[in-house]
Design a binder for this molecule. Structure first.
Ligand code: NAD
Length: 436
């Protein structure tokens, strides 16, 4: 069974190869397993595949920070460029005690394929600092961010590598990065980051973009499958940037949000959770725990809630060989990066669950980051309506691009998205030619 790519990255049919075993349930194992399957379908040259599978540049930095009690603590951070064949590299910065070099490798790789799937002119990058932002005060966070930015600045530039927020970082973190970089340059460089506050050149709609994009894609998938979207029952894991906006947007679009969770546990209400009240509660308490408009459930119970759409929007490796069998959703919409392992995927597929894969489903964030970057470079700002309608158009187009690939090659949606993204990057690489 063979497949050939043509110059446009399109491939002709073949059948599904068996997925290679992942390296346990690690994010990198998942990313490699997905890549190997797509590379086999694309019949990539083995040397080219080996090159696309690897990160182009990897920087590890160790740096001291003065803590508020006067002590000095060493932190470790990373910034990786996975691939820049299609343009400057783009990817978030994560602050978490669980950050590892391998995790950042996986996340940077997914960024490359994601940007290619939605066809924006970026390569993939990612960064992270091993720290627990919940245990640090604002001065310590600022100190870590400014020193980390300085350490990785040899990799950053507005036309080379542009960071954005990810887990544990936010618009304030981006403001510190922009300020630090700008201080070294001697003038403001707003295009050095996206996801920054609007008063220093951020974009309307960026904060909400990932969650909105998730729901634009889900709504289009319902339309395409002839399912009834109005009143669809939605469960969301994670209540940070992506999870809270996914749940709020679902509510605003007429769905019923029956369950949500954060790191401290979940909530369930079969009649639908009052989202404006929950949002207010979360703002006041910094957790959804204790909200009186729903019953408390555990995070594993959340994954097993009977619903139409389950949106994992927290972290990697949630739907696995251990948990996938309990999923009772008709559709899994991946707000998080890498929430499903290959073993989890196989179980969902056997159960007939439709998966909208991460590199398509959560691409709204990088799409509006692209809009923000363009606005920052031009110093010309767009209205939020304009941004949302452009985002919606790209998410719908990308959904249909992936679906068409899935149908023409008889692939599941994840493999189709990977084949589409990797095929485009492979084509760009060969069109540019191998230097020297
Ligand atoms: P965030 O830090 O704003 O929120 C993370 C949320 O997950 C928090 O509510 C936290 O309590 C919860 N959480 C952590 N561990 C959990 C667990 N074990 N069970 C349940 N909930 C848990 O992060 P975010 O920016 O919303 O990112 C979430 C995911 O979405 C990550 O995988 C990230 O890479 C991905 N993503 C983010 C963006 C973006 O624009 N922020 C874009 C694309 C993808």
């Amino acid at each position: 069974m063979t497949i050939k790519t043509n110059g446009a990255g399109d491939a002709q049919i073949v059948a599904l190869p068996a997925p290679k075993k992942s390296i346990g349930d690690s994010a990198l194992g998942t990313a490699y397993s997905q890549f190997d399957r797509a590379a086999q379908i694309l019949e990539l040259d083995t040397g080219l595949a080996d090159s696309l599978r690897s990160c182009q540049r990897e920087l590890t930095v160790n740096f001291p920070v003065k803590m508020r009690d006067g002590s000095i603590r060493r932190f470790t951070g990373y910034r990786l460029h996975h691939n820049s064949a299609r343009g400057p590299t783009k990817g978030g910065i994560r602050y978490s005690p669980h950050v590892t070099l391998d995790e950042v490798r996986a996340l940077s790789m997914w960024m490359t394929w994601k940007c290619a799937v939605v066809n924006i002119p970026y390569g993939g990058a990612k960064g992270g600092v091993i720290c627990d932002p919940k245990q640090l005060n604002i001065h310590e966070l600022e100190g870590i961010t400014r020193r980390y930015t300085t350490e990785i600045s040899i990799l950053l530039s507005p036309d080379g590598d542009i960071p954005a927020p990810d887990m544990g970082t936010n618009a304030q973190t981006m403001a510190w990065i922009m300020d630090t970089y700008s201080m070294h340059k001697g003038h403001a460089v707003p295009a050095i980051v996206t996801g920054k506050p609007i008063n220093i050149g951020g974009s309307a709609g960026r904060l909400e973009a990932t969650g909105r994009g998730v729901m634009f894609t889900v709504r289009e998938a319902f339309r395409a499958m002839g399912w009834n979207f109005e009143g669809a029952r939605v469960a969301v894991q994670g209540f940070g940037n992506v999870g809270s906006i996914t749940a709020t947007t679902a509510h605003e679009m007429g769905c019923k949000v029956v369950a949500v969770s954060d790191v401290e546990g979940g909530l369930y209400n079969s009649r639908g959770i009052n989202m404006p009240r929950l949002t207010q509660w979360n703002k006041e308490h910094n957790t959804i725990k204790g909200f009186d408009g729903a019953d408390a459930i555990s995070n594993s119970e959340l994954l097993a809630v009977k619903c139409d759409v389950l949106a994992p929007a927290a972290m990697e490796n949630q739907i696995t060989s251990q948990t996938a069998a309990s999923v009772r959703a008709r559709m899994v919409a991946e707000g998080a990066n890498g929430p499903t392992t290959p073993e989890g995927d196989a179980i969902l597929s056997d159960k007939g669950v439709v998966v909208i894969p991460d590199i398509l489903c959560n691409a709204g964030g990088v799409v509006v980051s692209y809009f923000e970057w363009v606005q920052s470079l031009q110093q010309l700002f767009w209205e939020e309506d304009d941004i949302n309608s452009r985002l919606e158009k790209i998410m719908i187009r990308s959904y249909h691009d992936v679906k068409a690939k899935a149908e023409s090659l008889k692939l599941d949606m994840r493999t189709a998205a990977q084949v589409l993204g990797i095929g485009r990057v492979a084509d760009a690489t060969m069109t540019r030619g191998l230097y020297p």
